[in-house]
Design a protein around this ligand. Structure first.
Ligand SMILES: Cc1cc2nc3c(=O)[nH]c(=O)nc-3n(C[C@H](O)[C@H](O)[C@H](O)COP(=O)(O)OP(=O)(O)OC[C@H]3O[C@@H](n4cnc5c(N)ncnc54)[C@H](O)[C@@H]3O)c2cc1C
Length: 235
């Protein structure tokens, strides 16, 4: 049994710590704190979970495996951390070979994921929030959804403690050092990923991408607006 120091208690650090502990190691988890850390990429209201990754089969398989584990965690933690509401990618024009959606559709079909192709008529009937004149084609991944990411980290930190992982979340040396690149996001006014998005994806810029029918923007919007945008996609 070895002593392992895991630096950083975001989703990767905390899950690595738990896994190492389960395998019999002594684990110390170090983070400047507080946890979940407000500057961590993992700390946000929601993160999208989907198996649509274009032609990338490895990622699709990993995501499909993760969805099974999210369901298991929902039961284990007794809280709905993963909301399986479905995720939809939409396009202005019909998808064709090489497009993200087209490749995702093929890969998801191959991996027997529950997917549907949606068209203008379906947008009109099932998703009236989407303008059917603008949105003509898309894929709906029914087993996809979103996780309450900040809550997930909080629950995992609790679990880490209960398993006997030593948590050092007030270590003076473990400071996130501001570099010219991240200094701005470290200012008190800009603490969360939400403000990162607001800074980098102002609405007018997003609109321009939208009108070009850019492939993965739908999912990005879901990230930005969190649960509200993707809730009830299945209905
Ligand atoms: C805006 C945004 C949206 C995203 N949307 C999605 C999505 O929808 N779906 C998806 O799957 N993924 C999404 N991602 C990616 C996903 O959030 C990240 O891949 C994931 O959270 C990374 O986790 P991490 O543990 O590696 O890093 P982090 O969560 O950033 O954790 C790093 C930890 O290290 C700590 N730390 C930093 N410096 C030190 C130090 N010197 N000493 C000790 N500790 C330190 C921090 O306090 C923090 O707690 C998104 C990312 C961003 C930024």
């Amino acid at each position: 049994m070895s002593k392992v120091i895991v630096v950083g208690a975001g989703i990767n650090g905390v899950t690595a710590g738990i896994e190492l502990k389960k395998r019999g190691h002594n684990v110390v988890l170090v983070d400047p704190g507080p946890l979940p850390h407000p500057l961590a990429a993992s700390t946000d209201i929601s993160k999208a979970v989907r198996a649509a990754y274009g032609a990338d089969e490895e990622y699709t398989e990993l995501a499909a495996r993760s969805i099974k584990l999210w369901r298991k965690w929902n039961e284990e933690f007794g809280v709905e951390l993963y909301h399986e509401v479905g995720v939809m990618f939409v396009r202005h024009r019909e998808m064709k070979l090489g497009d993200f959606e087209h490749e995702s559709f093929k890969t998801l079909q191959k991996h027997r994921r529950k997917i549907e192709r949606v068209n203008s008529a379906q947008f009109r009937k099932r998703f009236p929030a989407w303008n059917p004149e603008l949105w003509r084609d898309g894929i709906l991944e029914r087993e996809a959804g979103y996780v309450e990411s900040g809550l997930v980290v909080a629950k995992l930190v609790e679990r880490a403690k209960s398993l006997g992982i030593e948590l050092r979340d007030t270590v003076p040396g473990a400071r996130c050092r501001p570099t010219p690149r991240n200094a701005q996001s470290l200012s008190p006014k800009k603490k969360t990923c939400g403000s990162f998005y607001r800074r980098h994806f102002p609405l007018s810029w997003m609109r321009r991408l939208f009108t070009r029918g850019c492939a993965c923007i739908a999912i990005r919007t879901m990230d930005i607006f969190g649960s509200h945008a993707i809730r009830n996609v299945k209905d």
